[in-house]
Ligand binder design. Structure first.
Ligand code: ACO
Length: 385
């Protein structure tokens, strides 16, 4: 419904901004985005320097501690993550017994919420306990996603390994076989690229929940719900669903223009902050290109490039992180409805980093609303209405 603000005294609401566009509600040391230049910084380091050089585990340490780890600290974090991978039996039983048609993000949201019930420190709000819980959730989320995918496909749940990287272990648990070096590298790079991104909707949700002094599991469960939406992390699945509608006979120009004429969005394009190419999309585009050749899916990459050209010429809108990540995941054989859950498996690092930051310098988040309804109507008992 249109917001009609005519005849309303706005003097009491000097900052009415639908969608909070341009509102700075937090200070943070976790990340910086220059939307005009297309720069993304994680706690001091440009994403272009981290991509391909730092591992996901190094990025987790960076986001939680605002500095890169030395070798000993990194080894220590990797060991802690490896030691926390096992899921509580009740969570595995839930995954086995839930509806196989459920959305993986719904299952992830419920399972993460359940983890709190089996964590003795769930209600411990100290920073040390919150760091330990951040490590636990980061360690356990890949197992939840992989287990649900296997169960719904009639396969046995694969227990986690107590060695190897997060990326390696996830692919191992998902496919039931040890991944090759290249597959691990691709997954690790995807995790690095999705780890943190300023005050996006799910991070805002996470910080809002933290700001009521609620626990970190509640904040992450809320953030998962927020990421699920197709205007946010759910766009990667929507991109692949769109690409899967095409075939070699599709006139892609007509397809895209038709959608634009009908005022439909092309998923994976546009961003509230970037007004140029999302730097993460640049890395994913290259990966998608290399992979497409390798797995003989060049058609998919070519369609993506055609869509990109049309969006640029028709609307001057660039792709975001979700556009090429969809092609990358598809090319390595992952089912489209898992893409957003994989995004969450990485973004858990950013969400928890923000939770720690918010908890360390908290203020309740409580904006106001512009009331458009009637006031002081005479009340009539139900029998008289
Ligand atoms: N396809 C077609 N037109 C678009 C798109 C798109 N993907 N994105 C923006 N536009 C158009 C809008 O229709 C609007 O045009 P108009 O001024 O003629 O009405 C204009 O660009 C501005 O768009 P808004 O929706 O107002 O921009 P907003 O900042 O609110 O939205 C958003 C940003 C939600 C990401 C939007 O670009 C979108 O819906 N994209 C598709 C979904 C998507 O890819 N989401 C993932 C974002 S990245 C992430 O969250 C991980």
């Amino acid at each position: 419904m249109e917001t009609n603000t005519q005849n309303i005294d706005l003097s009491d609401y000097p900052h009415l901004d639908r969608g909070l566009e341009g509102i700075v509600a937090f200070s943070s040391r976790k990340s910086f985005i220059d939307g005009a230049k297309g720069d993304l910084i994680y706690s001091g380091y440009n994403i272009n320097d981290l991509a391909g050089n730092a591992t996901f585990e190094e990025v987790c340490f960076l986001l939680w501690n605002e500095r890169l780890p030395n070798r000993e600290e990194l080894t220590d974090l990797c060991h802690k993550l490896q030691a926390e991978r096992e899921l509580p039996e009740a969570v595995v039983n839930y995954i086995k017994s839930t509806n196989k048609q459920a959305h993986p993000m719904s299952v992830l949201r419920t399972a993460v919420s359940m983890l709190a019930d089996f964590d003795d420190e769930a209600e411990d709000k100290s920073e040390e306990a919150n760091i330990r819980k951040s490590i636990r959730m980061t360690a356990k989320m890949p197992g939840i996603i992989a287990a649900f995918d296997r169960v719904r496909n009639g396969k046995d749940v694969v227990a986690p390994l107590s060695e190897h990287s997060t990326a390696y272990n996830f692919l191992y648990m998902l496919n039931g076989e040890e991944p090759g070096e290249n597959a691990e590298k691709i997954m690790d790079l995807c995790l690095v690229l999705h780890a943190e991104h300023g005050m996006n909707a799910s991070t805002f949700t996470c910080r809002s929940i933290c700001a009521t002094e609620s626990d970190i599991y509640s904040a992450v469960a809320g953030a998962i719900g927020s990421l699920k939406g197709p205007l946010h992390g759910g766009a990667n699945t929507a991109v692949m669903n769109m690409l899967k509608q095409l075939d070699k006979n599709t006139d892609i120009t007509a397809f895209v223009k038709g959608k634009l004429e009908r005022k439909e969005k092309i998923m994976g394009f546009g961003h509230r902050v970037y007004k140029t190419m999302d730097p993460r999309a640049t890395h994913l585009r290259k990966m998608a290109h290399d992979l497409a050749k390798e797995v003989d899916m060049e058609y998919l990459y070519n369609w993506s490039e055609t869509i990109l050209d049309i969006m640029k010429s028709e609307k001057n809108i660039d792709p975001n992180v979700d556009f090429f990540s969809a092609t990358v995941y598809y090319s390595i054989g992952i089912e489209p409805d898992l893409y957003t859950a994989i995004f969450a498996m990485s973004r858990i690092s950013g969400w928890t980093a923000h939770y720690l930051e918010q908890a360390g310098n908290n203020r309740l988040i409580r904006p106001r609303q512009l009331y458009l309804g009637e006031k002081n109507l005479p009340f009539t008992p139900v029998e008289q209405r």
